[in-house]
Design a protein. Structure first.
Length: 122
């Protein structure tokens, strides 16, 4: 995975994420800001987290972690500041959900959210 478009393409295997992307593009147009698109994908993951099969959930979080480990600074930035931070924002305040979600986060994703959460609280 080299670009943010490859990343989004990989997530389109999941129907609800494809629909979230399509809705975001419909609302904003084809030139939707990339961080906004990634934020919408993160929100969709949070909203449908418990509906995903274990396999789909594993695929989504593996894809997120691969994005965070990418050599592409742009991709890492979009995943971190768009998708992960939106996912966390949706889950914040629901400790049980945060715990269920954290189990699926890879180490780089978890570290980013931990650091971002501490910064956000200061």
């Amino acid at each position: 995975m080299n670009t943010w478009k490859d990343f989004v393409g990989d997530l389109m295997k999941i129907e609800s994420l494809r629909l979230a992307r399509d809705e975001a593009v419909e609302n904003w147009g084809a030139d939707i800001p990339t961080t906004l698109l990634f934020g919408r994908l993160g929100k969709s993951v949070a909203e449908r987290f418990d509906e995903y099969s274990p396999e789909d959930r594993a695929y989504i979080f593996d894809t997120i972690e691969r994005g965070m480990r990418s050599k592409s600074v742009d991709l890492k930035t979009f995943v971190a500041t768009g998708l992960l931070e939106s996912l966390y924002t949706q889950a914040r305040g629901d400790d049980a959900f945060l715990t269920r979600m954290e189990v699926h986060l890879g180490s780089v994703s978890r570290a980013h959210l931990r650091d971002w959460g501490m910064w956000h609280q200061s």
